[in-house]
Design a protein around this ligand. Sequence first.
Ligand code: BDP
Length: 582
Amino acid sequence: MIYPQKNRFRMALESSGKWDFRKDTLSQGLWKGWHRGFKKEKTLRVPGSWNEQSPDLMNYLGPAWYQKKFSFHSTLKNHKFFIRFDSVNYHATVWLNNKKLGSHEGGHLPFEFEVARYLREGVNLLVVRVEGLLRPDRVPPGNVPPDPKDSFGNQFNPPVVYDFFPFCGIQRPVWLYTTPKESIEDVTVTTDIRGKSGIVRVQARANNTQLANIRVSLEGFGWKSALESSLRKGKSSDALVVPQARLWAPRSPHLYRLTVELRRDGKTLDQVRLPVGIRTIAVKGSRLLLNGKQVFLRGFGRHEDYPGFGRHLPPVVLRKDYRNMEWVGANSFRTTHYPYSDQDMDLADKKGFLVIDETPAVGLFFSKAGLKKRLALCRQFTREMIERDKNHPSVVMWSLANEPHSRKPTAVPFFKSLAALARSLDKTRPVTLVSFLGSTEESFRFLDAVCVNRYYGWYSEPGDLPKAIPRLSRDLDAIHRKFRKPVLVTEFGADAIPGSHANPPAMFSEEYQAEMLERYWKVIRDKPYVAGAHVWNLNDFKTAQATHRPNGMNYKGIFTRNRKPKRAAFQLRKLWGPTGER
Ligand code: BDP
């Protein structure tokens, strides 16, 4: 699926702004025919979750209905029309002019429908039914029956089994876009390095191409014509060779612009462009190699979370987050705990961030009930994520899950299935998952890197860094001894309530958070097999309500929810930033 583009052959309209909204508390909309249009209760903004837009919606998880009228006049003949949703959480059903287009399960990943036959000249009505009810057979799961052996179950209201608010709604842009009837449907780019040359392999898929050719060209240096080549339907082009290639890397994220054209009889029928970063990523022994050189991932776990918008980062805030990450001196993040917006991934490419791209599989459990469905959903999401993000040079690893409760033997075949799927879709990137278990996470045997979250000095050894820090050190060594693979500490951190201070440093103070991060960092950088570390979290973020979450907030951000720096931000900048380690 190619992101909507505007050019001579393609048109794209985004439908941000006001949408009609109505709660459907009794779930009567379907039989009352709201898909034909309904009387609105209020007007909400799209994109953005509904929860923080009105007090009565905060804890409401659906069902609810959105509708939008739009006028359409087109002189375009021989075009296909699509309506695309970048993300609707969690389950969406869509109608256009009273015709059902289809449904999609799962937030954070795009879906689209071809709509030419249903579009009308003049006024059109787009209706979406959304619900985000928490159920054990969903991914992520909710309303999970407590498991006394696993200290697992619902501690939150709403009853999630993960530590962030279950925001609902149309959370990312909605598009009406066109392609020509005969069009490029998909492009896959992989890159390699031979000596000083870059190799760019392009595979393209187009429909109705029996008599057509696809040609590709790479701009940005003076060899364009020499690089043009044809490829037949679905087959690889001859690899493009870029002499003296400028490689993509964190401090020099050079992007070449690739143009792909569908041609027939000397005429161009369709064109798409995408940025290409020439780089390689590989695991060798216990090291992670970017462009053949050892690399260390230094950064954050994050959340798409902002006051009022819920699970949506408005463009200004997204850019601010990148500036803050750069200011601190980070070069990496993980898309905790779901794939981030296309705009976020584009910025990571441009600004040179190394991304661990993670599916929405957080809080997975492996009891029999609902397991088949959860596996099917995880496979769907793994596929959708890789298909969406495969061309981003910033993505250097796929993460299949965060903190699965994988002590049950059924976890191993579950992750074997997902790892095989990921590897069949992308042979170029390492595949991992993120665990709280460490040495007992059996799936690390067949995964490429070992990612662990560690909270010594917080959930264990509370307030006692002299005990916590040696334990961290011993634990990391034991994990590495067992798996002999690169180890990444994908989460570590402490809550700090903004403005709370203590001498000597104590839990929840800004001083304790800053000291803990610094002490962890010293241990981590001392271990040659540790290939990366991500502080939890870049910003404070909203959670469901729980005894251990004052104000329904997780305060482990080094910036507040409004993006103000805490003491730890300055501390990390000293360790990572312009004057510190690079
Ligand atoms: C980790 C989870 C993360 C939580 C964090 C915490 O992966 O989602 O927010 O703990 O408790 O276990 O702060």
